[in-house]
Write a protein that binds this ligand. Structure first.
Ligand SMILES: Nc1nc2c(ncn2[C@@H]2O[C@H](COP(=O)(O)OP(=O)(O)OP(=O)(O)O)[C@@H](O)[C@H]2O)c(=O)[nH]1
Ligand SMILES: [Mg+2]
Length: 433
């Protein structure tokens, strides 16, 4: 009969078994300048932990260019397999995206399950999705990621046994799987379109209220939800983890002038955000980016400050939001005791408010600036709009301040005060001075 001690040992080992141990791998090439490899790996470690894995160790490989078949080269793969085994790793996570062939080859060479950054981020999103819209968006992104990699995953499944056989699935089965996945993607797209329609209705109602919209944007974990909660006295989930927020939340807040504004809390951005995700979340983000003002929240105490800022800029540009007025918000200044440093960062950023969302520092000034920017951004326009576009007239009633409106036989003459994003819609109808 086993002693009590034995029993406990077995339990402990089981407990350990449940957490996967990951070996992190990065490839440094000559071209990689703007993002320091170690910082990127630190972030990957945080992502791995957020996904529930333990980090067993890391390797940085150096090559002039990625190896076409194995990404890091056969020799390095063998090295990682040995180091990983010695440290009890059971999967390797690559900091860059791997091609389906590289993924397969690395699996064969190392004997580890291989995961790349995209798959890891998708996995975290999948765990954290709560609303049906977020779930649909992520499922679609995952299927799009999976589609070209089906064969590789088949090999992996078969090697693990599990009754699937010793070979990968035959071509016919693969084709059937592919078709099923494509059908499923198609179905999800339809469902998402339904959800989007509903959003548009809600948005229309909000526009009808004529309240300006302020979206809080920024790198993941920069403190967007903390700021959102502080400004709107609400309770959006705040966590020291990546991607705590997946669904935009919207709440009203009162500005110092007595005017109301709607604030949006949004999903955080990250360096190397998977393309499938940007695409899937486009609908959510686009709506958020139709704002009158963007607050770009940055963690003043964080690593790789400028690289993160650039990553956010890149996603914003990809989403086509460059024309929206923005205000830089330097957050977590309570963690930067050196005032000089805060001043220097603010100086380099341009128009900036330094705050601590958690400690409530600088929030009044922030609201005043928001108030000012929102009224400041209204410009007067004279427009000629065809009678055939009642939608545009309706939009003006909702979103702008109409100063004068005259209906003619085929056109409508309007003088209105508009914010820059609203004005952008009317660029074809403006009467130049
Ligand atoms: N010291 C300090 N910590 C802060 C401040 N603002 C936020 N935090 C902390 O930073 C962490 C992330 O805050 P969140 O508000 O969840 O960040 P987020 O940008 O919404 O993150 P995601 O939704 O995951 O993208 C939490 O642990 C917060 O308590 C601040 O001003 N000072
Ligand atoms: Mg958040």
């Amino acid at each position: 009969m086993p002693s009590a001690d034995d029993g406990r040992m077995i339990d402990l080992r089981r407990e350990e078994d449940r957490r996967e141990r990951a070996w992190l791998v990065a490839l440094e090439t000559g071209r990689k300048k703007d993002w320091r490899t170690e910082d990127s790996l630190d972030e990957l470690a945080l992502l791995a932990k957020t996904a529930g894995a333990e980090v067993a160790g890391r390797t940085v490989c150096r090559r002039r260019a990625p190896h076409a078949a194995t990404f890091i080269g056969k020799g390095k793969a063998a090295e990682i397999a040995a180091a990983g085994r010695e440290n009890g790793a059971d999967l390797a996570i690559f900091d860059d995206d791997l091609s389906p062939a590289q993924l397969r080859n690395l699996q064969d060479l190392t004997g580890f399950k291989i995961v790349d950054r995209t798959e890891l981020v998708l996995d975290i999103f999948a765990r954290r999705a709560r609303t049906s819209e977020a779930k649909l968006q992520i499922e679609m992104a995952q299927l799009q990621y999976l589609l070209p990699r089906l064969a590789g995953k088949g090999v992996q499944l078969s090697r693990l046994g599990g009754g699937i056989g010793t070979r990968g699935p035959g071509e016919t089965k693969l084709e059937v799987d592919r078709r099923r996945i494509r059908d499923k993607i198609h179905q999800l797209k339809g469902e998402l379109e339904g959800v989007r329609r509903q959003r548009r209705v809600q948005r229309g109602q909000r526009l009808a209220a004529g309240i300006p919209v302020v979206s809080i944007i920024g790198y993941t974990n920069s403190g967007k939800s903390t700021l959102f909660n502080a400004l709107t006295s609400s309770a959006s989930l705040v966590e020291d983890k990546l991607f705590a927020t997946l669904d935009p939340a919207t709440r009203k807040a009162l500005l110092p002038s007595g005017r109301e504004a709607l604030f949006n809390d949004t999903v955080g951005f990250i360096q190397k955000l998977p393309h499938h995700l940007v695409d899937s979340f486009r609908a959510t983000l686009e709506e958020v980016l139709q704002a009158d003002l963007l607050l770009l929240v940055m963690d003043a105490s964080g690593k790789a400050f400028w690289e993160r800022k650039q990553a956010v800029e890149n996603v914003l540009a990809e989403l086509g939001s460059s024309s929206i007025p923005r205000l830089n918000v330097l957050n977590k200044i309570d963690l930067v005791p050196d005032e000089f440093l805060v001043g220097e960062l603010s100086g380099r950023l341009g128009e900036t408010v330094a705050i601590s969302a958690r400690e409530g520092i600088g929030l009044e000034e922030l609201l005043e600036r928001v108030d000012h920017l929102l009224s400041f951004s209204l410009t007067s326009y004279r427009l000629l709009i065809p009678q055939s576009r009642p939608d545009l007239i309706a939009f003006l009633h909702q979103k702008g301040k109409i100063v004068r409106i005259d209906y003619h036989r085929e056109v409508v003459y309007v003088e209105a005060l508009l914010t820059p994003p609203a004005a952008a819609r009317f660029k074809d109808y403006v009467i130049e001075e």
